[in-house]
Design a protein around this ligand. Structure first.
Ligand SMILES: [Zn+2]
Length: 348
């Protein structure tokens, strides 16, 4: 069995966002309760978390952004953005959320763990250098990628973002940098507005942002086909030394914010494909961190399926996801991505 480490802690539940906010503490309560189920408990080891330090947060963010978030500590209710609310413990939760990603990267690079799933809040991929945005305070995955480059001298980090939304903050963090390849599937046009085909990077980073904007209604086969025909060939050329995943589950068919049709088996298939990329190129080093996902049952079942997949228990039949047809419009989207990326990647 693969060694799978999980980060979980009450601090991530203590980040409160106000009544009726979709990014609620209940999201982790249902996941943490599922983690205690017979059959799941033996699939993972719990890792001890740490806080990210100021000098680590500022690998991506400005010191003034850090100060603004720090100023919310101990305050019952503050707004950093129209839909990004904080409570007394939110600053701590955000430091520990980034810290889990950093600690997890140390564990997979040292070989102590093979895969990591950081089951944390708040999410991160919308957070920009100088501002909180879209329920996100600090961009944990971007901080993690930069940390891997600086601390572990990595030269090629792959970030896969399968959240419903485009990870604008992550893309902007590495838009002119070839050391991080950012791949994102997302509903489009949609919040936050970025992520069109022609956003491929700038300067030395050209070709290292790969955006796959999707209309509503995409399901398991559409996503799997895109991962197989776009992500996998590019990743095989890029040969990442570490694979990070912004694992959002708001593409689930039951999600109240999204218009997609993914199922738990579909997420397991995507996780399996990403795991294979990590196994082929990165000595298996794979870390996922939780981003969105607002159907409580959909989130719980999907996270479970991914954990089972990572631990080698969930057997998605080979071909099950690719077999029964995807939408014709998905082929046209893949063709458009290929046209945009052709000058950078010889697979197209
Ligand atoms: Zn999202």
């Amino acid at each position: 069995m693969e060694r799978l480490g999980v980060y979980r802690d009450p601090i991530y539940i203590a980040h409160e966002t106000g009544s009726f906010h979709p990014e609620s503490p209940q999201r982790l309560e249902v996941i943490y309760s599922m983690l205690e189920d017979n059959g799941v408990r033996r699939l993972y080891e719990q890792c001890s978390m740490r806080k990210a330090e100021l000098h680590e947060i500022t690998l991506i963010h400005s010191a003034s952004h850090f100060e603004r978030v720090a100023a919310t500590a101990g305050v019952p209710q503050s707004y950093l953005d129209a839909d990004t609310q904080t409570s007394e413990d939110s600053f701590d939760a955000a430091l520990y959320a980034a810290g889990a990603v950093l600690d997890g990267i140390d564990l997979v690079i040292s070989g102590k763990m093979r895969n990591i799933f950081a089951l944390v809040r708040p999410p991160g991929h919308h957070a920009e250098r100088d501002r909180a945005m879209g329920f996100c305070l600090f961009n944990s995955i971007a901080i993690g990628a930069q940390y891997a480059i600086k601390k572990h001298a990595l030269e090629r980090v792959l970030i896969v973002d399968w959240d419903l939304h485009h990870g604008n903050g992550t893309q902007h963090s590495f838009y002119d940098d070839q050391r991080v390849l950012y791949f994102s599937t997302h509903q489009y046009p949609f919040y936050p507005g970025s992520g069109d085909f022609q956003e491929t990077g700038t300067g030395i980073g050209r070709g290292f942002s790969v955006n796959v904007p999707l209309g509503m209604g995409c399901g398991d086969n559409d996503f799997y086909t895109i991962f197989k025909e776009v992500l996998e060939p590019i990743a095989d050329l890029y040969r990442p030394q570490l694979v990070l995943v912004s694992a959002g589950f708001d593409t689930h068919f039951d999600d109240p914010l999204g218009g997609m049709k993914m199922t738990p088996d579909g997420y397991a298939a995507l996780a399996g494909l990403v795991q294979q990329i990590a196994n082929r190129h990165a000595e298996g080093r794979l870390l996922l961190t939780l981003e969105g996902g607002y159907s409580l049952s959909g989130l719980r079942d999907s996270v479970r399926a991914v954990i089972e997949q990572l631990a080698g228990k969930h057997q998605v039949e080979e071909g099950a996801a690719e077999g029964t047809g995807h939408d014709r419009s998905t082929d046209r989207i893949i063709e458009t991505v290929a046209q945009m990326q052709r000058e950078f990647w010889s697979c197209f």
